[in-house]
Design a protein around this ligand. Sequence first.
Ligand SMILES: CC(C)=CCNc1ncnc2c1ncn2[C@@H]1O[C@H](COP(=O)(O)O)[C@@H](O)[C@H]1O
Length: 347
Amino acid sequence: MDNDADFYRELPKVELHAHLNGSVSFQTIEKLIRRKPQLNIEHSMTAIGKGQQRTLEECFEVFKVIHKLVDTEEDILMVATDVIREFAADGVKYLELRSTPREKKDTGLTKRSYVETIIKAIQQCKNEGVDIDVRFLVAVDRRNGAEVAMETVKLAEEFMLSSDGLVLGLDLSGDPTVGHGKYLLPALEKAKNSGLKLSLHLSEVPTQMDESDLLLNLPPDRIGHGTFLHPEVGGSQSLVDKVVNNNIPLELCLTSNVKGQTVPCYSKHHFNYWYQLGHPSVICTDDKGVFCTDLSQEYQLAASTFGLNHEDVWKLSQQAIDCIFAPEDVKQQLKQKWKELHPQVFK
Ligand SMILES: CC(C)=CCNc1ncnc2c1ncn2[C@@H]1O[C@H](COP(=O)(O)O)[C@@H](O)[C@H]1O
C-alpha cells in the first residue's frame, strides 16, 4: 500500500527518546566516512539492518564506532542538523534530542562546546524554518561513574539557565549492565532539585530490579524502556505500582528492543502491557540510524502488531504531548497543531 504508509508519515508525532549519535542516518554516515577515510569504517559497523539482531554488548560497540566518526564541532553540527531535518521530514513536530557531552583533546572539542554546538544546530534549523520544535536533554553515561555524572549535572544546570528553554532535562543512559544507579543518586537528586526534568533508562535488562526500585523513589519524570518492570517478565507489582501511582510516562522503542534482543519479538513487546493498563506510553525510535528505522515505521509496527486502528494511533500520538518536558504553553500550541492537522491526515 502505501496510503497506510502515507498516514503514518503525515501523522503529527512527538519524539521523546532519541540519542543523537544513534540517530545518524546512512546518508550522514556516508558523509562522515568520506571526511575520515583513514578510520576504515564501513556501514556494516554503524547500523543493524532489517532482520538482523545483535547482543546488547555488540550494540554498544556500534556507538563506539560512531563516536570515532563524530569527534569535532563541525561533525556534531552536521549530525545534529541532519538528524533534526530527518525527524521533521518524518512528520515529527516536537523532538527532545539527548546526547552525552564528550571531549576530544586533539580536535579541541570540550563538553561545553559539545552542548553549545547542539544548541547552535537547533537554532540553525529554527532559523531555516524547519517545522519542528526541538529541545535538548543532557545525557549521563552510567559507565562514567558518580564524579562525571555530577559534572554533567552542573553543566546541564548552567545550560538550563542560559539556553532560553532549549535545555530541559537530564537523561541517564549507557550500557545497563555496567555500574549501579545507587552511586549516581546524589547527581540525579541535585539535577531534580535544580529543576531539570529526569528521563531515566530503567530496567532495560532483568538484573536491575533493586536499582529501579531505588531510582523510582526520586521519582523520575519519564522512564526509558522499563522493559523488565512488570511481573510477567520478572519485575514486580510494587515496581508497577510506583510507576502507576506517580503517573510516570514510559518511552517505548520497539525495534531497538527487538534488535537488541531484550524483547524476543514485536508481539511480546511490553507496549501491550502498559497500553492495556491505559498508562501513558510514548512510541519512540531510540537510535533510528543504528536500528534503521524512523518514527512513522515504529507507529505502524505498533499498530499492526497490537491491532490499533488509525483513530487509536492518532490518540496515541496526541497523548504523547502531555509527556513532553517543555512547559504548558508549548503543550497547548502542539494540541492546537494536532487539531488543525486532523482533517488533512484523515482526508
Ligand atoms: C544497545 C541497545 C540495544 C541500545 C538501545 N538502548 C540504549 N540503552 C542505553 N543507552 C543507550 C541506548 N542507545 C543509546 N544509548 C546511549 O546513547 C549513546 C549514543 O548517543 P550519544 O553519543 O549520547 O549522542 C550511547 O553511547 C549510549 O550511552
